[in-house]
Design a protein. Structure first.
Length: 530
């Protein structure tokens, strides 16, 4: 079961409550999920597997679209394989207002299998509309004479669809404008039957890779990705780094005309992956970056690539930014606005305990989830993985403090993974739940009453002062063994505490440390100052 009974509103280290593996004997790579109206969910990606494992339909060619519908208990209701004789990569899916589904990705297939039209060139957008049972209602091939990559499809308020991706094509096929330089943003608006209403090409003199598209509250659109271009074409600002990439976002009106654009970045490589509109009509931007403190980036790299989250106002002006990472590569792929107006970030990480990452690496790369409050302060982080490579591409808040993590995994049973790989890579779904916060809102410590705000983060053990200099005081709810480690994961000391205790840290050098409660698994950051 992926969804469990409600827990407390406080935040501590979350726990894995369920997991599911789906796939065949070859490679099955999940790229997108959507919570459905019946309380279940649908997962989609691409697969090269034949009938095997949990895959019930034959492969059409190379990789095909593969979607799996689950009920509210996490049981598979049906699965569908859709493709042609070439390669077909599903990138995005949603449930539509009629209870069916819209699927979008890219395809090199000619007319064959479920594909009703020939390729326009090398690779095209391929849109498929399904009914509620997964039966194809219609499909559309949309592209030019070169290569197109679709990144997102969403239903619009008029019952149509907005498609966002990038294209290398000049005027040809369905593309009505020439390339600005190399790859350009390409946005296509469809009506409810899949007919093109308009398309827009936007770019500069180099490569521009659109990753996210959404309809805004005013009926217009926000599009974003990352750009190598200097000021040229539709791009009104130069990049902050001479050779790197920056986030590039554009606000469009209902007809796709540009209202404004913003370049946001540092002195390195900044890769925007996702955008959501916030309740104040601003935007939350999510991706990864190796930039130092430069340009719009207020913090330096933790080590390699880090998660980089940027909050803007309604005009795209930066309000705050957060760098979140460990000592290796951390790639943020997805962000959602949570019911408490905070954010849940999902991606994958190669880092060990360091920076904002509080748990050890399981083997290769692992799912890494980070919860932020509405101001961008980290409330918890969770590493989930096995000894192989595990890539997280979707995180959804199913209910308050309950999350569905979805991606693909090559790990056997190991670490957090309790089921073996069926073959190659498989869809891997994980249900994550926060624990109940054990402390009340008023806590007595050494005869001093500490008042917790109603919306404050509640911990499974309390540490003060933090930052500390000489003595670290600890309060637990009963007996607990705590372990202090440095940023490299080296154990400094282990001590058993029953209720109240203290640790002498006067002999330790200044820096960042981590204290883990062995009973609950929660890890808290400790700063020592001298």
């Amino acid at each position: 079961m992926l969804i469990f009974a409600a827990y407390g509103s406080g935040f501590s280290q979350p726990t894995i409550k369920s997991q599911r593996v789906a796939g065949g004997t070859s490679s099955d790579n999940l790229t997108s999920t959507y919570l459905t109206k019946d309380g279940g969910f649908i997962a989609g990606g691409y697969s090269s597997s034949g009938i095997s494992g949990t895959k019930t339909e034959a492969n059409e060619g190379g990789d095909d679209y593969w979607i799996v519908k689950y009920d509210h208990l996490g049981n598979i209701q049906w699965d569908k394989t859709l493709g042609g004789s070439g390669t077909d990569y599903l990138e995005s899916l949603e449930q539509t207002s009629d209870g069916g589904y819209i699927l979008g990705g890219e395809s090199s297939s000619n007319k064959s299998g479920q594909k009703s039209e020939n390729s326009r060139g090398d690779q095209d957008y391929w849109i498929v509309k399904l009914n509620k049972n997964g039966k194809v209602q219609w499909d559309k091939t949309i592209g030019g004479s070169s290569t197109e990559w679709l990144r997102q499809v969403s239903q619009t308020t008029d019952g149509g669809y907005i498609l966002g991706g990038y294209s290398y094509s000049d005027i040809s096929g369905e593309k009505t404008s020439n390339s600005r330089g190399a790859g350009d943003y390409w946005i296509v608006k469809l009506d409810g039957s899949g007919n093109i209403q308009w398309d827009k090409t936007m770019g500069g003199n180099a490569n521009d890779f659109l990753q996210a598209t959404l309809q805004t509250k005013d009926g217009g659109y926000m599009v974003g990705g990352y750009s190598y271009s200097s000021m040229s074409g539709e791009k009104t600002s130069n990049n902050y780094g001479n050779t790197g990439t920056d986030y590039w976002i554009l606000k469009l009106d209902t007809a796709g005309n540009i209202q404004w654009d913003k370049t946001i970045g540092g002195n390195g490589y900044d890769f925007l992956q996702d955008i959501k509109q916030t309740s104040d009509n601003g935007y939350i931007l999510a991706g990864w970056s190796d930039s130092d403190n430069f340009g719009n980036k207020s913090e330096g790299s933790r080590g390699g690539d880090d998660y980089w989250v940027v909050k803007t106002d309604a005009q795209g002006n930066e309000q705050w930014d957060k760098t979140i990472g460990g000592n290796a590569q951390d790639v943020l792929t997805h962000i959602e606005i949570t019911k408490d107006s905070g954010y849940i970030c999902g991606g994958y990480s190669f880092s060990g305990i360091a920076g904002e990452k509080s748990e050890v690496n399981r083997g290769g790369c692992e799912y890494w989830v980070v919860k932020l409050n509405k101001s961008g302060i980290v409330q918890f982080d969770k590493t989930v993985g096995g000894k192989g490579d595990d890539y997280l591409y979707s995180v959804k808040e199913a209910e308050t403090n309950k999350y569905l993590l979805a991606g693909y995994s090559a790990s056997p049973i190991s670490g957090d993974k309790k089921q073996n790989s069926i073959g190659g890579t498989d869809f891997w779904l994980v249900g994550l739940v926060n624990k109940t916060a054990p402390f009340s809102n008023a806590i007595a410590l050494n005869n001093v009453e500490v008042k917790q705000l109603n919306n404050a983060t509640l911990k499974s053990f309390l540490i003060y002062p933090n930052p500390a200099k000489d003595i670290l005081h600890i309060q637990t709810t009963g007996k607990a063994t705590v372990t202090l480690t440095d940023q490299q994961g080296k154990t400094i000391l282990t001590k058993t505490i029953n209720g109240n205790g203290e640790i002498n840290v006067s002999h330790l050098p200044a820096g960042l440390y981590y204290l883990k409660n062995g009973e609950t698994g929660e890890v808290q950051k400790i700063i020592l100052k001298k």
